[in-house]
Design a protein around this ligand. Structure first.
Ligand SMILES: Cc1ncc(COP(=O)(O)O)c(C=O)c1O
Length: 396
């Protein structure tokens, strides 16, 4: 069923205030998410944090059930995290590596992931190798296949990068990883909430994502999926009395499932909010969400391409809701000032800097990109207004 855009906008109070094309940064919250969090915080203030958590155990548990439905996995395979980066780190830093081991990744890899890889490469003597991109910019699946050997311990791939519309062929990579028995860590931070994600089809062992972007959850939330069969191939880098039980002076026992990647303390209001956000997305249907986002974004690319001085910079065979562009004569900070001027008109976009995706930005000689990222609650009328305002700003 197509998205009822009017209803979606009614249920998103922010739509009345701003033209929000910064969904790859953080989306506008649905009213239901805000209400669930406020309700829970109210209970914390009335009866105390531990008591509110006990009283709301079932509601908190819906976080796991919602993600189970979204990813096609079991609730025991989900861990809550405070961000996508921490979720990714909890898997990555737990994977055993030694000198000579190889980590394969792609050109679109996210900056924080790359920094973590560099750190572990220095600490362990493992190497990081970048699988070449094909002519469309996506990871070259044939090259990946050719690079595999018994020293490859991990394939780490960013599904959709922070700086543009490209979507990597994550399921094809998953098939290769599974055939080779290599662990596969998928950063689905930008794709979660934007398209259907089924972990069986993706073939990943781990999947990390954040709450605040296309899932429309609150800030400070994220999650990690850990395939049951991968659970014992690594140990979480940090443990506490929730992730493990202290059973005797010299021994602890890990939780039997992905909860071993969590910690005792959490922002329960935010966790509940993310569960509600995931359920809200499922209620629209991720196929319908994807179709609407892709159509809006394709139309915006076509319109931007007609504007003077603008070059649309999106790569990839498949392109999602993130639209990236440059403006002739505007380097680095100029694009940030352009963002500020648009914000004065209550039009929200963002910019991408080289350190977010340095391999790709350096390869394309880009100092900064403007990024307009669309969600299903955006409209063609908003794209019109955006393009008209932008044209005035860059031509006057
Ligand atoms: C591809 C990708 N991975 C990871 C992250 C990090 O997410 P978080 O800020 O929740 O750690 C981002 C954030 O922009 C991202 O775009």
């Amino acid at each position: 069923m197509p998205i009822d855009v009017e209803r979606a906008r009614r249920e998103t109070p922010g739509c009345a205030h701003v033209l929000h094309f910064n969904n790859a940064g953080a989306s506008l919250l649905p009213q239901a998410v805000t209400e669930a969090m406020v309700r829970y915080l109210q209970r914390e203030s009335e009866i105390g944090g531990y008591e509110a958590a006990l009283e709301s155990q079932e509601t908190i548990g819906t976080f796991y059930m919602a993600l189970t439905r979204m990813l096609g996995c079991r609730p025991e395979e989900i861990a809550y995290a405070e961000s996508a980066t921490r979720a990714w780190d909890m898997a990555f830093y737990g994977i055993p590596l030694k000198p000579g081991d190889r980590i394969l990744t792609g050109r679109m890899e996210y900056g924080s992931n790359w920094i973590a890889m560099l750190q572990r490469a220095r600490q362990t003597g493992a190497s990081i190798e970048v699988v070449p991109s094909d002519e469309t910019g996506q990871i070259c699946v044939a090259a990946l296949r050719g690079m595999l050997d018994e020293r490859v311990k991990l394939i780490a791939l960013t599904h959709g990068p922070i700086n543009g519309g490209l979507v990597n062929p994550a399921a094809e990579v998953g098939k290769i990883a599974r055939d080779a028995g290599v662990l596969y860590l998928l950063d689905a931070c930008q794709s979660a909430g934007q398209m259907p994600l089924n972990v069986e089809e993706l073939g990943c062992d781990f999947l990390s994502a954040t709450g605040r972007k296309y899932l429309r959850g609150p800030r400070g939330t994220g999650f990690l999926y850990v395939r049951e069969t991968a659970l014992n191939r690594l140990e979480p880098p940090f443990l506490d009395m929730f992730a493990a039980e202290w059973v005797s002076r010299d021994a602890y026992q890990l939780q039997p499932n992905a909860r071993r990647f969590e910690q005792f303390e959490a922002n329960y209001a935010a966790k509940i909010g993310l569960g509600v956000a995931v359920d809200y997305a499922l209620q629209w249907g991720l196929d319908a969400i994807q179709e609407r986002i892709y159509t809006l974004a394709a139309n915006l690319r076509a319109r931007l391409a007609l504007l003077p001085r603008i070059t649309v910079q999106d790569l990839g065979r498949e392109q999602c809701g993130i639209v990236s562009f440059t403006v002739e004569g505007m380097e680095g900070h100029d694009l940030w000032y352009l963002r500020n001027r648009l914000a004065e008109q209550r039009i929200h976009i963002w910019t991408s800097i080289p350190s977010g995706t340095r391999l790709d930005m350096d390869a394309r000689n880009l100092t900064r990109l403007a990024r307009a990222s669309l969600h299903y609650y955006n409209t063609e009328a908003e794209s019109d207004r955006f393009c008209t305002t932008l044209r005035t700003m860059i031509t006057s």
